[in-house]
Structures are given as C-alpha cells and as structure tokens.
Design a protein around this ligand. Structure first.
Ligand SMILES: CC(C)(COP(=O)(O)OP(=O)(O)OC[C@H]1O[C@@H](n2cnc3c(N)ncnc32)[C@H](O)[C@@H]1OP(=O)(O)O)[C@@H](O)C(=O)NCCC(=O)NCCS
Length: 200
C-alpha cells in the first residue's frame, strides 16, 4: 500500500484541533510495540480530549501520503508564548520564509510524539517530517530542535542519532534512572557522512 514513495510524495500539513482523533489513532498504531514492554509509553494513554488541548495550546503536523495520514508529530516553541504566532509562520514558512517575524533567534522547537505507522516505515517518512519542520524553523530564526526520547522500552535513540541529534543528558522517569534521554540538534542538520544522501 505504501510501497516505494519518493520524498516528493510525502506532504506535511499543519494540524488543527480537529485532527486530534487522527493523532490518537496514529499514536495507538505507532507506539503499539511499546505495549509489550515493561513500561508502555504514556502516549498510549492520551485521549482525544488531551490531544485536542495539546493541539490547541501548542502545534502539530501530519505527514500524508496522498490523502492518507501516515505519521504525525507534536511540537512547541520555547519561549512558549510564541506558540500562537508560530501557527502562522509554520503554515507559511515553506512558501514564504519572510512571513514570520515573531520568533527570537535563540528559541527552540520541542518535538514530541513523533510516529510513523509501521507500514510506512523505513522509507524516509520520519526524516522528511523532521526535515520539513527544521526548514520551517530555520527560515524564521529558530536555532535548536530539542526533544526527549526513551532510552529503552524501546530505545529510540538510534533513530534520533541517525537524524543528527546529540545527547545532552538523561533523566529518571517511573523510578528508572536514565529512562529519558535529552537530545538536541541545530535546525540545520550536520552533513550526513555518506554520499548522495541529501535531505529533502
Ligand atoms: C522512529 C520512527 C518514527 C522512524 O520512522 P521511519 O519513517 O521509519 O524513519 P525514516 O525511514 O525516516 O528513518 C530515518 C533514519 O533513521 C534511521 N532509523 C529509523 N528507525 C530506526 C531505528 N529503530 N533504529 C535505528 N535507526 C533507525 C533510518 O535508518 C534512517 O537513517 P538513514 O536515513 O541514515 O538511513 C518509527 O519507527 C516510529 O514511529 N516508531 C515508534 C514511535 C517512536 O519510537 N517514535 C519516536 C519517539 S521519541
């Protein structure tokens, strides 16, 4: 069904609160493997109401293949009071980088709940989504992408390291030391080591 899309076939759309149900469905599918671990992701417990509130307060994007949502991510700007103007700039930044003027150069974009449904994995979907956001953020002067990821159950770090993120620290969660890894990357990713692998 999702065989062989090229980067040009992915489409990223800024989400609205009306997309909360789609987010919950994608997260349930995307984090399903975490159910079989000793500490399932808290993402699995998020209701439509919780996600609606989050999309109202912060931001989210859907990754579409054709009309089909195959991935999503939520994000917020720090300082947080920039979240509202951010809607406008993220919506327009790809086409018109000059559209946004509200973002301080030192601010960062915090990503969370990134998922790609299992059938669409391994084809650059997540990289495309993160790259799209990074470009929009870079266009308006945001300097850093930041996030926290599980160090185990399962270990999400290899994926983020592949995208050029670096570990900045660890914290305890659910009584487990270093369960949470803190990562960051400049919005402009470091060049990838191999030839012919430019981001799109
Ligand atoms: C992690 C996830 C988003 C990756 O989605 P994807 O579309 O398959 O990822 P991509 O195809 O864009 O891969 C991008 C890079 O990451 C690497 N990568 C992807 N998944 C990886 C994994 N599990 N382990 C190590 N590297 C991985 C790929 O090899 C690729 O590297 P390359 O471009 O240098 O070859 C997806 O597996 C998922 O939804 N997992 C469950 C939810 C989750 O863990 N989300 C992260 C929350 S912190």
């Amino acid at each position: 069904m999702f065989s062989g899309p090229s980067a040009g076939e992915w489409r990223v759309r800024l989400a609205s609160v009306e997309d909360a149900e789609v987010f919950v469905a994608l997260v349930q599918r995307g984090f399903a493997e975490s159910r079989r671990t000793p500490l399932p992701s808290s993402a699995l417990g998020e209701t439509v109401q919780v996600v609606r509130r989050s999309l109202d307060h912060d931001l989210g994007a859907l990754l579409l293949l054709g009309q089909e949502p195959v991935g999503c991510v939520r994000f917020r700007l720090e300082p947080r009071d920039l979240a509202r103007p951010a809607r406008a700039w993220l919506a327009s930044a790809s086409d018109d980088p000059s559209a946004a003027r509200a973002v301080e150069p030192a601010s960062s974009l915090h990503l969370s709940r990134l998922v790609v449904v299992p059938e669409a994995r391994g084809r650059g979907a997540a990289r495309h989504l993160v790259t799209h956001l990074a470009r929009a953020a870079a266009a308006v002067g945001v300097e850093w992408l930041r996030l926290t990821a599980r160090s185990r159950y399962p270990d999400a770090r290899p994926f983020w390291l592949a995208l050029g993120f670096e570990v900045t620290g660890y914290s305890e969660c659910y009584g487990v030391a270093e369960l949470v890894t803190h990562l960051q990357r400049r919005v402009v990713a470091p060049s990838r080591p191999r030839e012919g692998g430019s981001e799109s």
